[in-house]
Design a protein around this ligand. Structure first.
Ligand code: FAQ
Length: 322
């Protein structure tokens, strides 16, 4: 057998092992052989997810200095810090695939990698903080709980911890809204207004409709995604309608009705032209969000340099001691 033939045979065998693992629903780990498309898909999705967590700190961070009480400020601060932690777990998971966090950040700030469309909308009142917890974290949970069973081990494990924290985020948002809804007419109007503005962008978080989703089929075959975008969107709608009723707000969709035949709520199509516009950088806050991230990254350069210098000194000391 020639070297070339031997390489082809070895690769076929590795591909077989990989497919077998996926078929048995076992986890793929960083040292395992994996097809390059699988690796690239994971890097794309995990990086986009990590960037979303970090950029996602900005809309809520906007209200940290204006929270109405010490209690609300402490809760919000803890939540925003949690999002930073999620970004770090996810960048670490991406690094197990052979990419580097600084390379990924470079791609984000130069517009070569995406982050979730949802974070390109402004937070206009404090009710937005409650609605982000309720709807945005609520949508994130529906999307992310199945990712705890993703076929790539480091991603699935990161998602377990993230989901636990997202669940606290969802509850704090709902509790804030419950409090506001038992307040003044003005407070109730603020909650309704925030719900009207965030409802459609929250539905868009699940991605394009299945027919326009180029990645879903392959990602499901590889066990990265466990449900399609439309399945999860439906699940979110079904879960959220009773919560809106309990809260006493209406959802801004006249097409939202229970369909007893399907056993699900029917709802109208989100404005997909708006979704595509936001993805292309034309949302209300895209420029501001990326610019803020770029300047924060540049401002933090001295910290990274100091940490690298410290690590180099420690390593040199360690070597000298041997
Ligand atoms: N925004 O073929 P598909 C959070 C892109 S974290 C922007 O369907 P896929 C926590 C997609 O990347 C929120 N881009 O793609 C929090 C693809 O781009 P490409 C983030 C979107 O990957 C709360 C193209 O469109 N969560 O909220 C969006 O199979 C509060 C075609 O789409 C995750 O990232 C979108 N909405 O499915 C933080 C979860 N949708 O590269 C702070 C993990 C699609 O091919 C405060 N990710 N695209 O050109 C996923 O589950 C999947 O990647 C989907 C998209 C479902 C987002």
């Amino acid at each position: 057998m020639s070297t070339e033939e031997a390489t082809v045979t070895a690769e076929r065998e590795l591909q077989g092992h990989f497919e077998d693992k996926i078929a048995r629903d076992q986890r793929v780990e960083p040292r395992d052989w994996m097809p390059s498309g699988y690796r690239e898909t994971l890097v794309r999705q995990i990086a986009q997810h990590a960037h979303s967590e970090i950029i996602g700190m900005q809309p809520e961070g906007n209200w940290l200095t204006r929270a109405p009480s010490l209690r609300r400020k402490a809760i919000l601060l803890a939540k925003v810090q949690d999002e930073a932690g999620h970004g770090l777990y996810l960048y670490s998971a991406a690094e197990t695939l052979g990419v580097d966090r600084s390379e990924l950040t470079g791609k984000l700030v130069s517009g070569r990698q995406k982050y979730s469309s949802i974070f390109n909308y402004p937070t206009l009142t404090f009710a937005d903080i409650g609605v982000i917890g309720w709807l945005v974290d609520g949508a994130a949970i529906v999307n992310q709980v199945p990712l705890c069973r993703a076929s790539y081990g480091p991603y699935a494990r990161a998602m377990i911890r993230i989901c636990k924290e997202e669940s606290f985020h969802q509850r704090q948002g709902y509790e804030l809204l419950m409090t506001m809804m038992s307040g003044t007419a003005k407070q109730r109007a603020m909650v309704q207004d925030a719900t009207d503005r965030w409802w459609w962008p929250s539905l868009m978080m699940f991605g394009p409709p299945d027919g326009d989703s180029p990645n879903t089929r392959q990602s499901m075959e590889w066990g990265i995604k466990r449900h399609t975008n439309d399945e999860l969107r439906q699940k979110f709608v079904d879960m959220t309608v009773p919560q809106a009723e309990a809260l006493g707000v209406s959802l801004p969709d006249s097409g939202l009705v229970w369909n007893s035949e399907r056993g699900h709520y029917d709802f109208s199509e989100p404005d997909w032209a708006e979704f595509r516009r936001v993805l292309k950088g034309g949302g209300p806050c895209n420029t501001q969000r990326v610019e803020r991230r770029r300047s924060a990254h540049e401002d933090g350069a001295w910290v990274r340099e100091a940490a690298a210098a410290h690590a180099a000194k420690q390593a040199a000391r360690g070597e000298a001691a041997v």
